[in-house]
Design a protein around this ligand. Structure first.
Ligand SMILES: Cc1cc2nc3c(=O)[nH]c(=O)nc-3n(C[C@H](O)[C@H](O)[C@H](O)COP(=O)(O)OP(=O)(O)OC[C@H]3O[C@@H](n4cnc5c(N)ncnc54)[C@H](O)[C@@H]3O)c2cc1C
Length: 507
């Protein structure tokens, strides 16, 4: 995913600030007449982790998610859970008192679905990574970021698929599917799930797998986070990927339509070993736009070169620059994360530990869609025109696509909750800004809307982990023909709709 650090490298900008506002309804912190125990103290007393109230030190930090654009939202409390029992206590407390819940692990949801004004159940501290005897499965806590998981598994010689962002956590990544450079070879992140420990709406904790609570297990693997329960442990099958060739190339921006169209034909016919991403980037401040292709090749290193050369053959001209380097899996993923010169603790979102160096995201609007077929050159030209349209008003404007297909597409649409198995890639328009004015937000919205209008008729669906700012008929777009079954699972496991957000199943 094109992120803020890419942008800093490309153009540079300032940090968005968040306003602090509002007194909220809900549980009172003071006494009314007779002195009574503050209900929040009751919850606090039941938790091993920390409950942070607005009057507590660290409140502003505890409510931060990845995007500063949600800093104005002030929850009644943030529960920094450390155990499954903490999560159970939160769910019981909130349901008894009718306090709205939001569930947060890594806090990366573009649309703010893990941010709310009631109780935020935060799982970021639940970072256990452990290997079962024999190494056939791995347990990962919902808050273990991609870089933490990869680093923890490295000494065991084991690998798990992640996305391209070091700080995304499995809580949202796996429940929404989870795509990355490993998807064509190994399928979705959620395709590797063996079981999940889940706290249900009534506060019970159960293990879901193909044998126990199979419908719930089915829904949790790609049916969208924040819907059916709170996952406190993911058991996954590791992948066999000891090495990866990390490659990147830059292309003439004047030939962007040809490169985009060639990239799509290239990945459609490539071996499963190839993972790839293309980004057309217009940095803010008038810096030169660029077209970049990057990714990982997971086959034998000496087989990579002819596969990588295929893109230039299809485009009909060579890249301006290209490189490819075989690396151990962890080292290659650190390149993907742009963290090759940082420690694991440094490669974290600022504010999450004293050493963390990665800047938070600011303001973002986007329109992502899934596509069944490569775009024609004419269609690629209209995407590139929409990307290039409009004045530079301080925002970065990116068109980005990630390759799907391969093994991802060989699972049947109904076998898991992730319906769109016929998608060859996900492509979207992303506008990012650090501290936009209202007028700049409007301009950004117009640009994203115009891009969405170009790709909508060409697309076959949407990816719930890349929620679009505007998406009509989201139930079908995200979940296709699996939506009725997801609703039925929701009714069985969360009849009272405890787990809800603006695009939750059944809302
Ligand atoms: C910079 C950036 C790069 C990204 N790159 C990729 C990529 O390469 N590939 C990819 O597939 N995605 C990518 N994403 C999207 C990412 O996978 C989703 O945003 C994902 O949902 C984030 O999970 P999270 O736990 O970090 O976020 P959160 O915001 O904490 O959670 C996301 C959703 O899941 C729910 N949820 C969180 N934890 C749990 C839990 N334990 N149990 C049940 N529900 C839960 C939340 O309520 C929310 O609805 C990227 C996002 C960003 C911001």
């Amino acid at each position: 995913m094109w992120n803020r650090r890419n942008l800093l490298r490309a153009g540079g900008a300032t940090v968005a600030g968040g306003a602090a506002v509002a007194v909220l309804p809900g549980v009172s912190h003071g006494s009314t007449g007779r002195r009574r125990r503050d209900p929040w103290e009751t919850l606090r007393g039941r938790m091993t982790g920390r409950l942070v109230l607005p009057s507590d030190e660290g409140y502003d930090l505890s409510r931060q998610s990845h995007y500063a654009m949600y800093d104005a939202v002030r929850p009644q409390a943030v529960a920094l859970c450390e155990t499954t029992a903490d999560v159970q206590a939160c769910v019981r407390f909130a349901t008894e008192r009718g306090i709205p819940l939001r569930v947060r692990s890594g806090g990366h949801n573009f649309a703010g679905w893990s941010v709310g004004e009631g109780l935020v159940v935060d799982l970021f501290r639940m970072k256990n990574v452990s290997v079962t005897p024999g190494g056939t499965t791995v347990h990962v806590g919902p808050g273990s970021t991609s870089i933490e998981t990869i680093s923890a598994l490295e000494p065991h010689g084991l690998q798990l698929p992640t996305g391209t962002c070091p700080t995304v956590a499995p809580g949202g990544f796996l429940t929404g599917g989870g795509i990355g450079h490993q998807t064509r070879k190994f399928g979705l992140g959620s395709d590797r799930l063996v079981s999940a420990q889940v706290v249900l709406a009534d506060g019970r904790a159960v293990r879901a797998s193909e044998r126990e609570h199979p419908d719930l297990f089915w829904a949790l693997a790609g049916g969208g986070g924040g819907n059916y329960g709170i996952v406190t442990d993911f058991e996954q099958r590791p992948v066999d990927a000891p090495t990866m060739v990390f490659y990147q190339s830059m292309w003439d921006v004047d030939r962007a339509p040809e490169v985009l169209a060639a990239w799509q034909r290239w990945i459609a016919d490539a071996p499963d070993d190839l993972g790839s991403m293309i980004a057309l980037v217009r940095p803010p401040g008038g810096a030169a736009p660029l077209v970049a292709v990057s990714g990982g090749y997971l086959g034998a290193p000496d087989a990579a070169d002819p596969v990588l050369a295929g893109l230039a053959d299809l485009a009909g001209f060579p890249p301006l620059f290209s490189s490819a380097e075989p690396l151990a899996y962890g080292a290659a993923m650190r390149r993907v994360f742009q963290c090759d010169v940082l420690t694991t603790m440094q490669c974290q979102r600022e504010g999450t530990n004293p050493d963390a160096q990665l800047p938070r995201g600011g303001f973002q609007q986007d329109a992502f869609r899934l596509f069944r077929r490569p775009l024609t050159l004419g269609e690629a030209e209209s995407v590139v025109s929409a990307w290039a349209a409009g004045a530079d008003d301080g925002q970065s404007r990116v068109v980005q696509a990630m390759a799907l297909g391969g093994r991802f597409g060989r699972t049947a649409a109904r076998d898991t909750a992730f319906w769109h198995r016929d998608a060859g890639y996900v492509l979207g328009f992303v506008s990012q800004h650090y501290a936009p004015t209202d007028a700049e937000r409007e301009t950004a919205a117009g640009w994203v809307r115009a891009g969405g209008a170009v790709i909508d008729p060409l697309s076959s669906g949407g990816y719930v982990n890349f929620p679009s700012t505007e998406l009509r008929n989201w139930q079908t777009k995200y979940y296709g023909g699996n939506y009725p079954r997801l609703r039925s699972v929701k009714r069985s496991y969360d009849f009272s709709n405890v787990f809800r957000h603006p695009r939750s199943v059944g809302s």
